[in-house]
Design a protein around this ligand. Structure first.
Ligand SMILES: [Mg+2]
Length: 407
């Protein structure tokens, strides 16, 4: 089995961009925050801040306590997007980029002789040099090389910052045994709980499971087959999604059976659906919402819109629909929403408007924080009533953790 992929993961990406653009921040602890407020949390930390215990998700007040001199800087999603484009180009000059996984990660398929370890090493070192020379010398990356994208990413995570790590297929699965179960992308807290229920606490136990036992543990034959193959180093293409819609509905608890309560729950459903849309890598161009009432006929509305994938645009559309709703004073019982007209990301035409593109990047950034950050989640806060004037703000709040894996 060959070394098919090389995975590039930028180290402390947002913080490194800030240190690149603002030399006085270099060599200093830096925390990047989505909004300047003590209740906010870091969405990235420089290595100097990480050394003091600051992590993605550390609340600002705690970051100041752990690291009194920390420089807290406001996130600039548009800038991270610009630098991302430069990085993809720099990597592309060394080896073609097969798949951009996120704002700071990409996978490159190796072909022919590139799969020989000495050549893959040469390419990896060229990538590091090219990024430093053409994007900025504070931008470091960890590179992993492995037989599939998942294992190449795992290899990259093994040494940070500035690592280069190989997971050789001939050493599988022994070379995975030192890893924790949640070192594998896609194994989140829910999956860990399932594993625990079956007494699986070590990677070695996971790699020893038969496909059949794995299906019992995962609760899905499809996921089991996928994981079974991936852990053995097989190159398994992404599961095709044949879905046409993403929809959610919710019966309102008695105390939420008001116009305001229904609206609030709907906003949460939209956050959830939009994150799901991005996880399955689709775009939507039709959006519908409906409310059933205890004391009268229901209300529903549908709109078609330019392809979109970001939470804020959907919230703005919803807000407009809701304000135009003529039903007042009834008792809502159930709310439902549906995103339709789904197109896979590779086929969707991103908006021509810079602001829309920026919002999409911002949504992806929020997803990343939500995946990494255990207890809390990030979401759009004080939005309504100030859509035209308020800048995009993000705030933290307790909403149930959305785990994109195995859903
Ligand atoms: Mg990274």
């Amino acid at each position: 089995m060959p070394l098919r992929y090389l995975f590039v993961d930028m180290n402390a990406y947002f913080a490194s961009v800030e240190q690149q653009d603002f030399p006085h921040l270099r060599g200093k602890p830096v925390g990047v925050v989505p909004v300047v407020a003590e209740t906010s949390s870091c969405i990235a930390a420089s290595y100097e801040a990480k050394a003091m215990g600051v992590r993605t998700g550390t609340p600002v007040w705690e970051a100041r306590k752990l690291c009194p001199g920390i420089a807290l800087v406001l996130a600039r999603p548009e800038r991270y997007c610009q630098v991302h484009t430069k990085i993809v180009k720099a990597v592309g000059r060394c080896v073609p980029v097969t798949k951009v996984m996120s704002v700071d990660e990409m996978a490159c398929q190796l072909m022919g002789d590139e799969r020989k370890p000495e050549n893959a090493t040469r390419i990896a070192l060229a990538i590091k040099r090219e990024i430093k020379a053409t994007v900025g010398d504070t931008l470091r990356c960890s590179i992993g090389v492995g037989p599939n994208i998942m294992l190449a990413k795992v290899a990259g995570d093994m040494k940070k910052p500035d690592g280069l790590t190989f997971l050789y297929p001939e050493d599988l699965p022994q070379n995975l045994h030192a890893l924790k179960l949640d070192d594998f992308p896609g194994i989140g807290s829910q999956m860990l709980k399932r594993f625990q229920r079956y007494g699986i606490t070590k990677t070695e136990q996971l790699t020893e499971l038969s496909m059949r036992s794995l299906a019992v543990v995962c609760g899905s034959k499809v996921h089991a087959a996928r994981w079974h193959g991936l852990l053995k180093g097989e190159d398994i293409p992404d599961a095709p999604t044949r879905r046409r819609t993403v929809s959610h509905s919710h019966i309102l608890a008695p105390e939420l059976r008001t116009d305001l309560g229904a609206r609030g729950v709907m906003v949460r459903l939209i956050h959830k659906a939009a994150a799901r849309l991005r996880t399955i890598e689709h775009w939507t161009d039709a959006f519908s919402v409906s409310v059933s009432y205890l004391d009268g006929p229901g209300w529903s509305a549908t709109v078609r819109m330019p392809s979109c994938q970001d939470t804020l645009n959907l919230l703005l559309i919803f807000s407009k629909l809701w304000d135009e709703k003529e039903v007042r004073g009834r008792t809502p019982l159930k709310v439902a929403m549906c995103l339709a007209g789904l197109t896979p990301s590779r086929c969707a035409t991103p908006s021509l408007f810079e602001q829309d593109r920026q919002l999409t990047v911002l949504s992806h950034v929020m997803d990343q924080v939500n995946r990494k950050f255990g207890k809390n989640a990030i979401h759009f806060g004080t939005l309504f009533g100030a859509e035209d004037t308020a800048p995009v703000r993000v705030s933290f709040n307790n909403i149930p953790k959305f785990n994109p894996a195995f859903t």
